[in-house]
Design a protein around this ligand. Structure first.
Ligand code: LLP
Length: 414
């Protein structure tokens, strides 16, 4: 059954071969999602810019590049990783939030596309480069969209972008320095399932876009919601594709030329491709509930504890459904550390096939914001990562060793 395999390789074999805890990614799934996105926007000049903060493994970046997906980065380090993967300056978009001007300069010198997200930086950029370098402006459209308040980015109180209500200030700076604004950008939030939020945001941006005469790009960010469980509600890509494409094409007609429509998805491309494998260390029955304690924790996969996120969890070692039981799946970190959250965002239990110590426990949707947000908390080693590609499992990151924990420590005489 495909739930238990990636491209015909049993999850338990992967765990045995590479050890646990382990991240495994299915290249076919990523390729499938790229195709779905392209198909949803087939009527426009679409460019996909993978928001690599979701998963920066070099091999994932190379896979994206091989399939014609460009890249969105948020730090000089992501920028360097993108270049290591073979991306050139103009294929890279730098979309930072509140960084020093040094970082903007670095990205500009390397020829990347830059999203300027506050008036001060816009002014500095104008003063320094005038019309010699094009830039995009990140706008805040005052729209509510996103799975929870930590990942909503376009609402009135959000720190991101320049408010659309500051249009006059923006234009004053742009005109003062004769700036070449080649694009407008907005990002609504993450896990945005409601097509309306995308439409409202796009409308807000397109409404003021005709004030900028040099546009080549409209960048509508990322945030498409993926399924976290069977039957989960998701962004209706066909609907969003049609509505946004129509609004965009209408704008282009009035603007007088065909622009590029950009998106920067992270989760949509990689979330479902990832599965996290851990080993059940203990099955602990107490009078109220039964805990399964795995050899990992919020240090490796923090989304449940950080956002109350629901991730499907199952026993990859036992396909026999005759002895199912409710388990609270927990990590080894020395504070509350629960993986099994309810769809309502509460800690809870999951009905799973009987678990015995030593079984491999699999956690789904582990491709986005899981490894990339992992830490060495409790001085634990970061897991290994494996990519299954063309039916073959390839190690794409070695497991940490103790050396990685002490590498930068400076031992002084105390
Ligand atoms: N563009 C910009 C400017 C962003 O800030 C983000 C995500 C994206 C694109 C991609 O969004 P996506 O398509 O992946 O939803 N750690 C959180 C998600 C944080 C998203 C941050 N920005 C989580 O695990 O839910």
């Amino acid at each position: 059954m495909s739930y238990y395999n990636i491209q015909n390789i049993p999850l338990t074999d992967l765990a045995k071969q590479f050890g646990t805890p382990l991240y495994v990614y299915d290249a076919d799934k990523i390729i499938e999602k790229i195709a779905i996105l392209r198909d949803s926007f087939k009527n426009v000049n679409l460019k996909i810019k993978y928001a690599c903060k979701a998963n920066t493994n070099l091999s994932i970046l190379k896979l994206m590049r091989k399939h014609g997906v460009e890249i969105d980065v948020v730090s000089p380090e992501e920028l360097r990783l993108a270049m290591m993967a073979g991306y050139e300056g103009s294929q890279i978009t730098f979309t930072p939030s509140g960084v020093s001007f040094d970082e903007i300069e670095l990205a500009a010198e390397l020829g990347t596309r830059i999203n300027l997200d506050n008036l001060d930086v816009l002014e500095k950029f104008g003063k320094q480069y005038g019309n010699t370098k094009g830039a995009l402006i990140r706008l805040k459209p005052h729209v509510f969209g996103g799975g929870n308040e930590k990942i909503m980015t376009a609402h009135p109180e959000s720190k991101f972008g320049i408010s659309i209500h500051q249009k006059d200030e923006i234009l004053e700076i742009v005109n003062k320095y004769d700036m070449k604004i080649i694009g407008l950008h907005q990002h609504t939030g993450s896990d945005v399932k409601n097509a309306d939020a995308f439409t409202q945001a796009a409308t807000a941006i397109l409404d003021i876009a005709s004030n900028f005469k040099d546009l080549e790009i409209i960048d509508l960010g990322g945030g498409f919601k993926v399924p976290y469980k069977e039957g989960d509600s998701v962004t209706d890509m066909a609907e969003v594709g049609e509505v946004l494409s129509n609004a965009f094409l209408e704008f282009c007609k009035n603007y007088g030329r065909e622009l590029q429509l950009w998106f920067e998805p992270g989760k949509f491309l990689v979330s479902e491709a990832g599965t996290f494998l851990a080993t059940a260390n203990v099955v602990k029955t107490d009078p109220i509930k039964t805990f399964v304690g795995i050899n990992s924790g919020l240090n490796h996969l923090g989304r449940p504890m950080m956002y109350g996120a629901y991730h499907d969890i199952f026993n990859a070692s036992n396909q026999d459904t005759s002895e199912q039981q409710e388990y609270r799946v927990v990590g080894y970190i020395c504070e509350t550390d629960t993986f099994s959250w309810t769809p309502e965002g509460k800690q809870g239990e999951r009905l799973m096939n009987k678990v015995s110590a030593g079984d491999i426990i699999a956690i789904k949707n582990a491709g986005a914001y899981c490894f990339s947000m992992a830490s060495q908390y409790n001085s634990r080693l970061l897991p290994a990562e494996v990519l299954v590609i063309d039916g073959e499992a390839k190690l794409i990151r070695k497991r940490d060793t103790f050396d990685d924990i002490v590498r930068n420590l400076v031992s002084v005489d105390i």
